[in-house]
Ligand binder design. Structure first.
Ligand SMILES: Cc1cc2nc3c(=O)[nH]c(=O)nc-3n(C[C@H](O)[C@H](O)[C@H](O)COP(=O)(O)OP(=O)(O)OC[C@H]3O[C@@H](n4cnc5c(N)ncnc54)[C@H](O)[C@@H]3O)c2cc1C
Length: 392
């Protein structure tokens, strides 16, 4: 049995705690917030995330709280025409072995938190901001801002896009500001006109903007997310924005989508950030996981899915590890090597989806529409296979 320290109690950190505890280790999660919780609205989960959640023993709980989506729809946001649809029922679920779903972030988080609390080998400590680490031949120490040291065999930095563990380990500065602002709102489904209550993830694409909506909370609410490439230069997180300002940002939006956008209330804005991929995020007994290792734009809807996959693999590779074992670092390197190609590809694909698929204008948009239109359902499945099939 090894003592695993985890900096950060987000989706990735909790998944890592469950994963290593299930392999017989002790996990201590050091979270900077006093309370363990997750803010935000909906999150899309591909079948690959459900494979990971099943491996973590919480797939059933998350599926029970999720909305299983019937299709992904790609619409031309200015003309209102449907360009392509990818069915997510029968053949899709058969091929990928799990559904595509949307879930409230709080529900996903709660399932992981319940699993941590139910496991006697997991200790959750709030109010502990990890500032740096020290390591030697016998272990690693996570130092928190109170000066209190925590000693373990391994430290997993799951402390998000502005990870303190990454700062020391890689030192690649602040994240890259994407120049894209996303406005998010959640509205009760009863306010949505019947004819627009689709059990789909629907994306309306326009020149330098796109608008996505999908049902969450068992279909009781509609999650709205409208993104504009506005060349924003400063990171922003959760800034309240008046509804009129959001509507004014999307003047070209067609009629049906506009009706939905106009229903939004309590809008908040984020300026999205990511980082360039790196291949080496391990230093001896210390490694990174989730957004700390490979933060990505949300356009592929895979950041949390990747964190869950990381957690499962890391747990698997720590199976049978012992405290004081000399080869612990090699296990972490193996995890890093096995994950970096897939996560780097996802980071880059997410960026390109914004540029090439969601935001083109004029001829480029028309060419995109023709290309998407020409794809059969099986060809669409082939395109997402590398991602949605997971890593089993
Ligand atoms: C708008 C938007 C939409 C998204 N949609 C999707 C989607 O549909 N599907 C999907 O799979 N992904 C999506 N993502 C990505 C997903 O949210 C992230 O990839 C995921 O939350 C990363 O989890 P994490 O645990 O690695 O990091 P985080 O969620 O950032 O958690 C980090 C945790 O560490 C704590 N912490 C930070 N620093 C320290 C420290 N020094 N010491 C101790 N604790 C610390 C934080 O308080 C936090 O609890 C989206 C992201 C955004 C912004």
């Amino acid at each position: 049995m090894a003592n695993i320290l985890i900096a950060g109690g987000g989706i990735g950190g909790l998944a890592a705690a469950v994963s290593v505890a299930r392999q017989g280790h002790r996990a201590t999660v050091l979270e900077r917030s006093d309370v363990f919780g997750e803010v935000g609205a909906g999150i899309q989960l591909g079948p690959n995330a459900f494979h990971a959640l099943d491996d973590l023993g919480v797939g059933t709980e998350v599926r029970a709280r999720a909305v299983l989506i019937d299709e992904l729809q790609f619409m031309d946001g200015t003309t209102g025409e449907r360009v392509a649809r990818m069915p997510l029922t029968g053949a899709y679920r058969e091929r990928f072995g799990n559904p595509y779903a949307v879930v409230h972030r709080g529900d996903l988080y709660q399932a992981l938190l319940d699993a941590c609390r139910a496991h006697p080998a997991v200790t959750l400590l709030g109010g502990h901001y990890v500032v740096r680490y020290e390591q030697d031949a016998t272990g690693v120490t996570a130092v928190t801002c109170t000066g209190r040291p925590f000693r373990g065999d391994v430290l997993i930095g799951a402390d998000g896009i502005r990870s303190a563990v990454r700062r020391q380990l890689i030192g690649d500065g602040e994240p890259r500001v994407s120049g894209h602002t996303i406005y998010r709102s959640v509205i009760p489904m009863e306010q949505v006109p019947q004819e627009l209550r689709w059990n789909s993830v629907t994306l309306w694409a326009g020149p330098k903007w796109h608008f996505v909506h999908y049902p969450i909370a068992g279909g009781k609410c509609l999650n709205l997310a409208a993104t504009r490439d506005d060349a924003a230069t400063e990171p922003v997180a959760g800034l309240p924005v008046p509804a009129g300002d959001v509507i004014a940002e999307f003047p070209e939006l067609g009629h049906a989508a506009r009706r939905l956008l106009e229903l939004g209330t309590g809008w908040r804005a984020w300026v999205l950030c990511d980082r360039d991929p790196v291949t080496d995020w391990t230093d001896g007994r210390v490694t990174l996981l989730g957004d700390a290792a490979h933060p990505m734009l949300q356009y592929a809807a895979q950041g949390a899915c990747m964190a869950l996959e990381d957690a499962v693999l890391l747990g698997d590779l720590l199976r049978g590890a012992e405290s004081g074992e000399a080869s612990l670092g090699r296990r972490l390197e193996k995890y890093n090597a096995a994950r970096c190609e897939r996560t780097s590809r996802t980071q880059l694909v997410a960026r390109e989806m914004g540029r090439q698929l969601y935001h083109p204008a004029g001829d480029a948009a028309r060419a995109r529409n023709r290309m998407l239109c020409s794809l059969t359902t099986d060809e669409l499945y082939d395109k997402v296979d590398w991602l949605h099939a997971g890593v089993r």
